[in-house]
Design a protein around this ligand. Structure first.
Ligand SMILES: Cc1cc2nc3c(=O)[nH]c(=O)nc-3n(C[C@H](O)[C@H](O)[C@H](O)COP(=O)(O)OP(=O)(O)OC[C@H]3O[C@@H](n4cnc5c(N)ncnc54)[C@H](O)[C@@H]3O)c2cc1C
Length: 491
């Protein structure tokens, strides 16, 4: 039997980069991946790597946005990594003919250090067609491009990959990781790196850790928290399991469509700079009582958009904002499609590969000529809905949303029939809780000591415990993956 130095569990960004780093440090590496194709969530992501010009400034921002949830030395390693990440990504891009573009882009909130950040994207990859190489994926081509860079680097190195091979358990010897069990058979290794993603598709873990329920997965069915359970069996400490990157969106009427459909993403805006005046958000959300309850356009709506839905009413013992109702008028409906579906899933792709966002809208949204008709269709008090819309239209005319602070430029009146509406649910793009680790990506046990020979990388050990930073998950998959790979190889 081959003796591996390092087994990497999971083949998204984190697993791919960890394997490359371990291989380059001289280790004999095996990647095991549950799916029949590699890519995980990574391949359907928007592909932006968060980078930083200055590591100290980046650290100041990460400390502020993590609010004490993650130890500073761990954040310091990520901050340093964001400063070398563009250079490292270039060393992967160049040998495979991809071009990395770098541009400044301040982080989401005006907290210390936020201006030091930028993004790196693979904009240009001659000869690579995401739709042909990843036909089961709907996401941004930029995500597929940077994943393809990682995949080709794994391939060029001749790293052994076993697809369709879920790790079931860790092999533990005297408390130390000594391999994995897959297909009921042990595969021994000196070190193990868990890079098998989060628990987007595990309702049982969500039920125990999240207030909101149900929360629909935005894109994948395979990240079922396996790494969390394997880590726990080795004594791992968990951190900030409550935190997920999410938003609000729709449930598809087709029962065979297993994912939530995120609502169209409008540009992020920074509270220090305000929102550009020409960006219109065509909808409002109301709760089960027909009342607005939130600023529908948070600065980073794709991250915190679900949080206002969490309210539990202890008198009626219900979540009156789950589902909420999205309302838009005829002009708003015309302006742009509201559905922004994503997936990495062969079954969904087989049926929906050619469906446009407008076609999704047509399945998801219900039309009615009057507001009382809308209310009747969704079992909401018609008078309350009419009052809410009248107040909204007055706020639009005044150019101010005193109730919830919607950015004025985004406010659009709801006046022109027919009206369209849909139930709106919380959606998880990816989870941020998981296995606690130290700056060397060693998994920590419940008392803070490293579990021997066990490492974690990517969103399974995400550091983001309070406020997420756009592009931060891919950055930590690369930075943490590289560190875990080198450390596990003994470099
Ligand atoms: C639509 C969308 C867009 C996004 N855009 C961005 C973005 O632009 N920037 C950003 O920073 N983040 C973004 N994110 C988040 C980011 O893509 C992920 O957090 C990141 O890619 C996670 O990488 P990973 O390698 O840790 O996990 P994954 O890419 O999910 O890989 C984990 C792999 O482990 C496999 N696996 C699971 N269990 C097992 C097992 N038992 N044995 C073996 N294999 C297993 C899975 O099949 C999967 O392939 C986005 C997320 C979504 C949903």
């Amino acid at each position: 039997m081959t003796q591996y130095d390092v087994i990497v569990v999971g083949y998204g960004f984190a697993g791919g980069v960890a394997a490359i780093a371990a291989h380059d440090a001289g280790a004999r590496v095996l990647i095991v991946e549950k799916g029949k194709v590699p890519g995980g969530i990574s391949v359907c992501s928007a592909g932006g790597l968060r980078i930083a010009a200055d590591a100290d400034e980046a650290l100041a921002y990460l400390i502020a946005t993590n609010a004490g949830t993650t130890p500073e030395p761990v954040l310091a390693e990520l901050a340093k990594g964001m400063a070398w990440l563009a250079e490292f990504a270039r060393t992967l891009c160049e040998p495979v003919g991809a071009k990395l573009d770098v541009r400044p882009s301040p982080a989401n909130y005006p907290l210390p250090g936020y201006r030091t950040f930028g993004f790196a994207y693979v904009e240009d990859f001659p000869g690579f067609d995401p739709a042909r190489s990843y036909p089961d994926v709907r996401g941004s081509p930029a995500g597929a491009r940077i994943f393809e860079v990682v995949r080709r680097n794994v391939e060029r190195r001749g790293i052994e990959v076993r697809l369709g091979t879920p790790a079931e358990r860790l092999v533990l010897a005297d408390g130390a990781a000594a391999g994995i069990v897959a297909g009921g058979m042990p595969i021994p290794a000196r070190r193990v790196i868990l890079a098998c993603g989060g628990f987007e598709a595990d309702p049982a873990l969500q039920l125990q850790h999240w207030v909101l329920k149900p929360v629909l997965s935005a894109a994948v069915a395979f990240n079922t928290g396996d790494g969390i359970r394997m880590g726990q069996a080795a004594g791992a400490k968990l951190w900030h399991m409550w935190h997920f990157h999410g938003s609000y969106g729709f449930r598809h009427p087709d029962p065979a469509y297993p994912f939530g459909v995120r609502v169209k993403r409008l540009p992020d805006w920074n509270p220090a700079d305000g929102l550009r005046e020409d960006i219109a958000m065509t909808w409002i959300l109301v709760d089960r009582d027909g009342r607005r309850f939130m600023n529908e356009y948070d600065p980073y709506m794709q991250d915190t958009g679900h949080r206002a839905l969490e309210h539990f009413d202890p008198i009626r013992q219900c979540f009156p904002r789950v589902p909420s109702l999205m309302l838009v008028d005829a002009k708003g409906r015309e302006r742009y499609p509201l559905s922004a579906p994503t997936w990495n899933d062969a079954g969904v792709a087989a049926t929906y590969r050619d469906s446009t966002p407008r076609e999704f809208d047509a399945r998801i949204l219900t039309q009615a000529d009057t507001l009382p008709e809308v209310a009747a269709k969704f079992d909401i008090d018609p008078a309350a809905l009419e009052r809410t819309v009248a107040a909204w239209n007055e706020a639009c005319a005044a150019g101010r949303d005193d109730a919830f602070g919607r950015p004025p430029g985004s406010m659009v009146p709801i006046t022109t029939p027919p009206f369209s509406a849909a139930a709106v649910w919380p959606i998880v793009s990816n989870t941020q809780g998981g296995l606690a680790h130290d700056p060397q990506q060693r998994v920590l046990d419940a008392f803070g000591s490293p579990v021997p020979n066990l490492y974690v990388a990517g969103e399974l050990g995400s550091v983001f415990g309070h406020l997420y930073m756009s592009g931060g998950n891919i950055a930590e998959s690369f930075v943490g993956g590289r560190i875990a790979g080198r450390m596990a190889a003994g470099a």
